[in-house]
Write a protein that binds this ligand. Sequence first.
Ligand code: DCP
Ligand code: MG
Length: 385
Amino acid sequence: MQRYIIHVDMDAFYASIEQRDNPQLLGMPVIVGGLSNRGVVATASYEARKFGVHSAMSMVEARRRCPQAVCITPDHRKYSFVSAQIRNILDRYSPLVEPLSLDEAFLDVTGMDGLYADPADIARSIKADIKEQLQLTASAGVAVNKFLAKLASDLQKPDGLYVIRPGEEAKVLAGLPIRRLWGVGEVTAASIAKLGIRTIGQFAATDPKLLEGYIGRAVFDLQQLARGIDDRPVVPDQQVKSIGNEETFEEDLYQWEEIEKQLLLFADKVGWRLRKLNLSGRTVTVKVRFASFRTVTRSRTLDEATSLDGVLYHTAKELYKSIPANEGIRLLGLTVSNLQPAGQSIALFDSGQEKQEVLHKVVDGLKARFGSAAVTKGRLIDPHK
Ligand code: DCP
Ligand code: MG
């Protein structure tokens, strides 16, 4: 049976949500990203992209290129919520949905021709649902495998639909730059360019023995892709491996009180996310990047998995204290891994822990109703504000 894969990718995801939720921003250049001097652009609306603003650019540079843009701090919780709504829509079209990030996913729709005459109709219908139910646009690619579907979804952005029919692969690929091949980064592209090869078509037609000298054994897989061959299956829902939070500070931290406060804030956030996903974790990792960019991580595996802020906080604090520090701190992070479904632990809860869990449930309920800012531990509230 002919395999059919759809790749769906939202257009200017964070920025489109902000524009939708504040219609004054429709049609205007919008940049979403960190607003501090060290801030980085997460994404920009298509209006702002005309000025050369793009993801991962420094905010300072983005503002220089497009001074009239409206700049907005990311609201990750809102984006996750929309992401879950998109997921609900996708789940109605196939049991095989593999999310790649908050705003993109693969669907395997092989064998659904009993319901739809053409797999492109499924993609059309998904796009229409997203527009109607969420007032957002998505671009979709339809092809016989993941590589081609992802490539296709990007060819007519925004609000695009691109179908690569079986047999058309070579024609579509031939003129595209080799950077479009999965796994070809700047370095690989530069080595291949030394041979005068710039397009996927040229790459596919070159003797692999010659290429191997330049880019190693990867050439064999890459040439398969260049011919439009890719057998990787759509893997539904890869398990979350870890949950964490980290932050680069506008100014380096020196004071223990500030560091302690950050760790408490992270423990609070990470604990909340664990509980929301009904998970707990056994391994706690603290990451520290110093002003000199030296980066140190320290981990500890607990006897029992936890999702409790207090346990995370105390473990993080001890881990932090085990790292010798003699310079300012540029970045701090806290991650929990070794995850398992909550409540699976064999050890019996003592009554103290049970009380804690009940308390957390109540607090999480309040946060869900009134926003996380409404319910914060006393110590996190800044007396100056
Ligand atoms: N993102 C980010 N930092 C990056 C890249 C992306 O924070 N370096 C976030 C913001 C994006 C979202 O992830 O809105 C999705 O990433 P995409 O690469 O799909 O970019 P967009 O959806 O914003 O735009 P496009 O229309 O090109 O897909
Ligand atoms: Mg996108």
